[in-house]
Design a protein around this ligand. Structure first.
Ligand code: PLP
Length: 444
């Protein structure tokens, strides 16, 4: 033991040895309630028999066949299932192994789409501040998380960023939700005009922002207006549903809430539910035909794309979700969890906002509720809460605020879709104890 290169080299991590329902168990038998599904991954919990059986069956039959030589039944079946349940217009599925790879593929597909049509200057991508699209350098270029980007500047892809849709901090007094959604979306039009419409390839955003802002859903009408602007200027719309997709917000695809179809949609995490690493990029027939009718070759590819075992797992995950009506449970438990969190923390001086959609809920922490002033980032409040919760047997997903103070530390919850009443009590109880131990050390 001791040769693994961990993310935090000074961390002394316990060894996870087993998974049981909503719990992860370490080498000492300590049980951790998985209140964030790792990082919004384990949507079916850790011991789903149907998925495990599907993986076993597939490896017994054929574990791997390279996608350059073969298609496979699991890849075809999963693509059919995804498209049958996807927003109207999405027609093709390109497989990858995770979220960052899905974003890389999307950025390249958008670029190639324009090239195939003779639009050679469209290479610029517009994204949003306070977003996260992955850690590979292309995805990082798109991301608007300054502390992740700055050490690696300059970025490789020509990008610019607009301010996000963030009602808690950005909506003005007396402004309706719809008027705010429109105002926030119109920032895209201003940026396209600034860059020059003929240079812009795509706009990318998360319909519900996950890690970097904490479960912030788009205001009503925001994405509809974004769709209109993209259509008007010939810019492709890429939605990143890596974290918020696959049932997490109560519909299989998060953008169903907004009633729009993107040109390209990225999913991962919940697709494999942690049983297998798999991601995918879905695109419309229009985008696909630019390649099919043009060069006939998407200039991309990875060794493990369309991995049969991963596709068999993905198919079992979605089938299980649909057959067991788990999205109903997401919607029901979402309301319960939101209510329980509001009852417990709604008036707390250090909790500025409790928000989210489905089982994707976050609490934003502030030093002062009235002024919404975030805590000093040097206090690393998020890290203290993560540690305290973990010691109390709760896995949750606290993240730092932005380095420029544009949002506060927040705690993201994304429990498995199979949670029951007692689990909600357990989350709130463990969170209360953890908050108390950290908040007692802080001054307002
Ligand atoms: N996009 C979003 C919205 C994410 O939350 C993440 C990961 O957290 C990614 C992309 C990158 O996914 P991965 O870590 O699988 O590369």
């Amino acid at each position: 033991m001791g040769h693994v290169f961990p993310r935090h080299t000074k961390a002394n991590l316990p060894t996870a040895v087993a998974g049981e329902g909503c719990y992860v168990i370490d080498q000492n038998g300590k049980r951790y309630f998985d209140g964030s599904g790792g990082a919004a991954v384990s949507c079916l919990g850790h011991s789903d028999q149907a998925v495990q059986n599907a993986i076993k069956k597939q490896t017994d039959q054929l574990a791997f066949a390279h996608s350059g030589f073969f298609t496979t039944e699991p890849a075809e079946k999963l693509a059919d299932l995804l498209i049958a349940n996807a927003p109207e217009g999405l027609d093709r599925v390109y497989y990858v192994s995770g979220g960052s790879e899905a974003i890389e593929a999307a950025l390249k597909l958008a670029r190639q789409y324009h090239l195939e049509r003779g639009d050679n200057d469209r290479s610029h991508v517009i994204a949003r501040w306070q977003s996260y699209h992955g850690n590979t350098i292309g995805a990082l270029s798109a991301g608007g998380n300054k502390w992740r980007r700055e050490p690696f500047m300059p970025m490789l892809v020509p990008m610019s960023h607009i301010d996000p849709c963030y009602p808690y901090r950005d909506q003005q007094e007396g402004e309706s939700d719809e008027a705010y959604g429109l105002r926030a979306a119109n920032r895209l039009e201003a940026e396209i005009l600034k860059v020059g419409p003929e240079k812009v390839s795509a706009f990318i955003c998360e319909p519900v922002v996950g890690a970097t802002m904490g479960a912030v859903a788009a205001a009503p009408g925001y994405l509809k207006r974004i769709r209109e602007i993209c259509d008007q200027y010939g810019v492709l719309l890429i939605l990143d549903e890596v974290m918020c997709g696959m049932g997490r917000t109560g519909t299989l695809f998060a953008c169903e809430h907004d009633g729009i179809t993107p040109d390209i949609l990225c999913i991962a995490k919940g697709l494999g539910a942690g049983y297998q690493p798999i991601g995918a990029m879905l695109c419309t027939g229009n985008v696909y035909s630019a390649i099919e009718d043009g060069s006939g070759f998407f200039q991309h590819g990875h060794t493990y794309q369309g991995h049969p075992t991963a596709c068999a797992a993905g198919h079992a995950v979605i089938s299980t979700m649909l057959e067991r009506n788990l999205l109903d449970n997401v919607n029901k438990r979402s309301q319960q969890l939101m209510q329980a969190l509001t009852d417990a923390f709604g008036q707390h001086p250090f909790i500025g906002d409790i928000r989210g959609r489905g089982l994707f809920i976050a609490l934003e922490l502030v030093k002062n509720r009235e002024t919404k002033t975030p805590f000093d980032p040097n206090l690393a409040v998020h890290a203290k809460i993560k540690k305290a919760a973990f010691e109390n047997g709760l896995i949750c997903y606290p993240m730092p605020g932005t380095i420029d103070g544009k949002n506060g530390d927040h705690v993201l919850l994304a429990p498995p879709f199979i949670i029951e009443d007692n689990h909600i009590e357990e989350i709130v109880e463990k969170l209360s104890v953890s908050f108390l131990s950290v908040f007692n050390t802080l001054e307002s």
